[in-house]
Design a protein around this ligand. Sequence first.
Ligand code: ADP
Ligand code: ADP
Length: 225
Amino acid sequence: MIKFEQVSKTYPGGHKAIEKVSFHLQQGELAFLTGHSGAGKSTLLKLISLMERPSAGEVYINGVCLNKVTAKQVPYVRRDIGVIFQNHRLLDRYSVFDNVALPLIIAGSHRRDIEKRVHGALDKVGLLNKARCAPETLSGGEQQRVGIARAIVNSPPILLADEPTGNLDPELSVEILKLFEDFNQHGTTVLIATHDLGLIARMKYRSLTLKAGKLVVDPLMGDTL
Ligand code: ADP
Ligand code: ADP
C-alpha cells in the first residue's frame, strides 16, 4: 500500500532530510511515525502525498511508483490520500459544510453527491449539528474534527496525519486517535506523525522512528536498519 525503497530527500542547499529510508505499510495498517523535531517526519509524509519528490529511491502507493507520476497525474493520485495537519487550515469565510465539501467541489462532484458525502463525513466526526457554523466559532477539538472530515470526505484509502493532536489537550487527543482507529477498522491505511510519546505508548501499534532522517526502529524489520 505504502512502500519506501531506499528513499532519500536532500533539500536545495544540501540538507539531507531523509536518508535511505525503507519500509512497507500494508493495506489496512495503522502506524505511528515518530522522532524529534526536524527528524524528517513531515518530509516523509510529503513524499507520500507528492508535495515533495525524492532525491533518490522509490516511493510506491498501491503498487504505483510515484517517480513515474507526471505533474498532470498528481491530482488523481492525491485523491487516494487524505491529509490532516496540526493547523487544520480551515477557511473562515466558509461554513463548516463548505470547508468539508471543498475537495469534492474541486474534483467536480455532483451537488447531490456532495451533500450526501459531506453529511456522512460530518456524521462520522460527530459534527452534523455544526454544518452551518463558521469554523472560528468552534472549539479547537471541533475544528480539528472538521479538518478530519474534509480529509475523509472522498473516502481515501490512505490517511496521513501530521501532528494531528499537537494543539489539543490529552483527552481530546485520545478522542481524535479513536477516530483514526475507527477509520482504520473500516479498512483505511493510516500513518500518524507525532512526537506525543504518551499517546503512542497508550496504543499498541507499529511505530516507525526517524532519527536525523534515518529509520532507526521498525519492529517488523528488527531493531536497527
Ligand atoms: P519533522 O517533521 O520531523 O520536524 P521535517 O521533515 O519538517 O522534520 O524536517 C526535516 C529537516 O529538513 C529539518 O532539518 C528541516 O529544517 C529540513 N527542511 C524541511 N523542509 C525544508 C525545505 N523546504 N527546505 C529546506 N530544508 C527543509
Ligand atoms: P523533552 O522531554 O525535553 O522534550 P525528549 O527527548 O523526551 O525531550 O523528547 C523530545 C522529543 O523527541 C519528543 O517530543 C519526541 O518527539 C522525540 N523523542 C524522544 N524520545 C523518543 C523516542 N524514543 N522515540 C521517538 N521519538 C522520541
